[in-house]
Ligand binder design. Structure first.
Ligand code: KIV
Ligand code: ZN
Length: 380
């Protein structure tokens, strides 16, 4: 049987903390509704201690979005956990997510503390959060750069304290996929009680490895992945939802499944891009404008014969369309395809050849050609 991977979306928290991406309550609700439709299992709705506006947004959002679990973030501090509990007072399914660092560099320089004291603070935070909900997630911030033996002890103790999900973030995006996969494997082999909880991962993209690290973790037993739409997030962003989900769907050899309705991926991507004023790069995997655009003659020829020659994903599966773009690199088969689409049927090879020569002259002057250009070529 396929392993169910839970999708935890943090677009409204890690994504929304990006400068310029802030959303007001109405916009947050709009995104949360879209994430609900998409089939997200857990929506991390915000960090309520950070501002009264964020607290209000989580309260309002959790009144109207009731199917997924709504998660609220808190540092390992009572005041933060109280704010998280307050923000979730109307949520049907609620989770408190509390975090503190486990890496020596952050413990020493940021927290000016010791491993023992920080571990104790994490344990106390989990115990305190349990007073408000049984669904408590603990994150060991910068787990990617943490000593594995200490991390294992820390995670084991937070499980004993009641954490039901333990999250292993590569906060600085430092890990390599093999290394991150090994870390997850090490935890499964060295943490007592780990089989009773959900192991989650949360990767950042500083070296462009967030998605690869996330998948390596799944291959080593992670059951929850933390992602954002379009990969928005702190600095270079987080693991992108669309990439991770489509890898799990496309690579059936991973034997994993998610609850995502992938046909809604592109429209959700466009909504988030618009509301966050964050354009999607054209060559972005899955949701970029060019993700299913074929422009070279060889590729177009292959796709016209059988789309599997150059498409590993059916664009319709993510709510996109395949396109054959006409540029100076296109070939005769794409030209014929578009001319037939415009009603110029049954053209002889000689007619195609002569139109193609005119087409190339024009295409060398323009970046790409549209229907009007083809009509012009056919009328001259
Ligand atoms: O990147 C990170 O470590 C985080 C935690 C709060 C989970 O965002
Ligand atoms: Zn993060």
């Amino acid at each position: 049987m396929k392993k169910q991977i839970f999708i935890f979306d943090t677009t409204l928290r890690d994504g929304e903390q990006v400068p310029g991406c802030q959303l007001n309550t109405i916009e947050k609700i709009q995104v949360a509704k879209a994430l609900d439709e998409l089939g997200i299992d857990i929506i991390e709705a915000g960090f309520p201690i950070s501002s009264p506006g964020d607290l209000k947004s989580i309260i309002e959002l959790s009144k109207v979005v009731t199917r997924p679990t709504i998660c609220s973030l808190s540092r390992a501090i009572k005041e933060d956990i109280d704010a998280a509990a307050e923000s979730l007072k109307f949520a049907k399914h609620k989770r408190i997510h509390t975090f503190i660092s486990s890496s020596d560099v952050q413990i020493k320089y940021q927290f000016k503390s010791t491993r023992e004291k920080i571990m104790q603070q994490g344990i106390e935070a989990v115990k305190y959060a349990k007073k408000f909900t049984q669904d408590v997630e603990f994150s060991a911030m910068d787990a990617g750069r943490s000593d594995n033996a200490f991390l294992a002890k820390f995670i084991e103790n937070t499980i004993k304290a009641g954490a039901t999900t333990v999250n292993i973030p590569d906060t600085t995006g430092y890990c390599l996929p093999d290394e991150f996969g090994e870390k997850i494997k090490y935890l499964f082999e060295n943490v007592k009680g780990i089989d009773k909880v959900i192991v989650s991962v949360h990767c950042h993209n500083d070296l462009g490895l967030a998605t690869a690290n996330t998948i390596a973790a799944v291959q080593n037993g992670a059951r929850q992945i933390e992602v954002t739409v379009n990969g928005v997030g702190e600095r270079a962003g987080n693991t992108s939802l669309e990439e991770a989900v489509m890898i799990l769907k496309t690579r059936v050899d991973l034997n994993a499944t998610t609850s995502i309705n992938t046909k809604l991926i592109c429209q959700t991507s466009q909504l988030v891009s618009k509301l966050m004023h964050m354009p999607v790069q054209p060559n972005k995997a899955i949701v970029g404008k060019n993700a299913f655009a074929h422009s070279s003659g060889i590729h177009q020829n292959g796709v016209l014969k059988n789309r599997f020659t150059y498409e590993i994903i059916n664009p319709e599966d993510v709510g996109a369309k395949s396109s054959l773009v006409l540029t100076a690199r296109s070939g005769r088969s794409a030209l014929r395809y578009h001319l037939e689409r415009l009603g110029y049927k049954k053209l002889s090879q000689t007619q195609i050849n002569s139109t193609y020569q005119k087409f190339l002259m024009l295409a060398d002057q323009k970046k790409d050609l549209g229907d009007n250009d083809l009509k012009y070529l056919m009328s001259n």
